[in-house]
Structure formats: structure tokens, C-alpha cells
Design a protein. Structure first.
Length: 215
């Protein structure tokens, strides 16, 4: 499924108005099944679904390594990712929460509570980045945003070192873009320690939780 589609749009400027063809970002409901139970339905951009599902479990603290995943299958026609883990990640065999996550600023209720803050380990790193490196990374980051340039309707996220973009993802949801990056890192065993997480979205508490939770 394509991440964008063309639509007929009314374009208005100082000279008047006209109908012209524009690209718009598509939205897709992806259901994540964990150990046979429905965990969550995420409204997201089509593509990178496996990375999104794995990254979601990782950033929510439900898995810590690729080796915990014993099976992963994707039903693209129905929009379902099925994941099995070596350990039961449910409470008494049942998931403790099911929800639909929209692509808006608020994602509704989250798995974490503020009590979880006490269980977050402080990220210890000797990494230092200069203002010049930040600006250079920002230019490289924006240069990768092909879907954004055509639709102006998606967010981007990336894992970087001080000089290069190492992993890049785009999604209609800012949380999803980060989860896709983290999922790729987990699946491909890309180290995240002493790396920089770059995002086009605002840095809210749940984004900080994702960064801290992934180290």
C-alpha cells in the first residue's frame, strides 16, 4: 500500500482559485496482536509495519531484545501484525489494556503511569554534540523527508551519530515515526547507546519516555 495518494484539491492564492492535483498522506489502522491477544490498533502510515510493531513493544517496555520475539507475521490484507514472545507479556493470560491510538497530538491513555518514572533508568552517556553538528544533522534529516516534501502531512524521526543519519523513518504520527526507528534498531541490532534521536515532533513526556526506555 502506498503511503500517499493523489487527490483533487481546491487551491486558493492571491490570484484566485483553481482545482489541481495534490498528494496527501494516507492513514491506515494497524492492529498489533501479542501472544494471540489484541494489544492495540495504531493509526499510522502504510509501510514499515513490522518495525512499528516491534518498536512499539520496545518503547512501551514490553520487550527488551530481538531474542524475546519467537515469531512475527504480517497480514497486510487485514492490517494485522502478530507477535509471539518467549515470555507471557500479559497479566494472567490477558492483556491489561486495549486501545486505539490516533495520529493526533494526544494518544489517549498510555501503558505507563507516572509511577513508571521511578523505574526509568537515567541515561548515562559521554556523548557531546556541538551547535554546528546539530544544524548539520538537521539539514541531513530534512533532506531525507521525501514523503513530507510531497504531502506536508507526516512526521520524521532518525537515529544519528554526531555526523550522519543512521536510521530514518516517516509516519503520519510522530510517536509512530520514533517507534519505527526503534523497531529497525532492535530488528537489525543497531546500537542506540551514545546516539542521538532526532524528531520533527515536539518533545512531550511520552517521547522522553521512549528515548529513556530505549537507552
Amino acid at each position: 500500500m502506498e503511503s500517499r495518494k493523489s487527490v483533487e484539491a481546491l487551491h486558493i492564492d492571491r490570484e484566485g482559485s483553481c482545482i489541481r492535483t495534490e498528494w496527501t498522506a494516507r492513514e491506515f489502522p494497524l492492529t498489533i496482536m501479542l501472544n494471540g491477544e489484541q494489544l492495540v490498533t495504531v493509526l499510522c502510515s502504510p509501510g514499515d509495519w513490522e518495525a512499528l510493531a516491534v518498536g512499539f513493544l520496545y518503547s512501551e517496555g514490553m520487550i527488551r531484545s530481538k531474542e524475546e520475539i519467537t515469531a512475527l507475521t504480517m497480514d497486510e490484507e487485514r492490517g494485522i501484525v502478530r507477535i509471539r514472545t518467549a515470555e507471557d507479556k500479559t497479566q494472567d493470560g490477558k492483556l491489561f489494556m486495549k486501545r486505539v491510538l490516533t495520529t493526533g497530538c494526544g494518544r489517549g491513555m498510555a501503558f505507563y503511569s507516572y509511577a513508571d518514572l521511578d523505574r526509568k533508568k537515567k541515561v548515562i552517556s559521554d556523548l557531546k554534540v556541538t551547535p554546528e553538528e546539530v544544524l548539520a544533522l538537521s539539514r541531513r534529516f530534512q533532506g531525507n523527508s521525501e514523503l513530507y516534501r510531497s504531502t506536508h502531512g507526516v512526521h520524521s524521526a532518525a537515529l544519528c551519530d554526531t555526523g550522519e543519519v543512521l536510521v530514518f523513518a516517516e509516519d503520519i504520527g510522530r510517536h509512530n515515526a520514533i517507534d519505527k526507528v526503534l523497531g529497525h534498531c532492535l530488528i537489525e541490532k543497531i546500537p542506540v547507546a551514545d546516539r542521538i534521536l532526532v524528531t520533527s515532533g515536539r518533545i512531550s513526556s511520552e517521547i522522553l519516555f521512549k528515548a529513556a526506555g530505549s537507552g
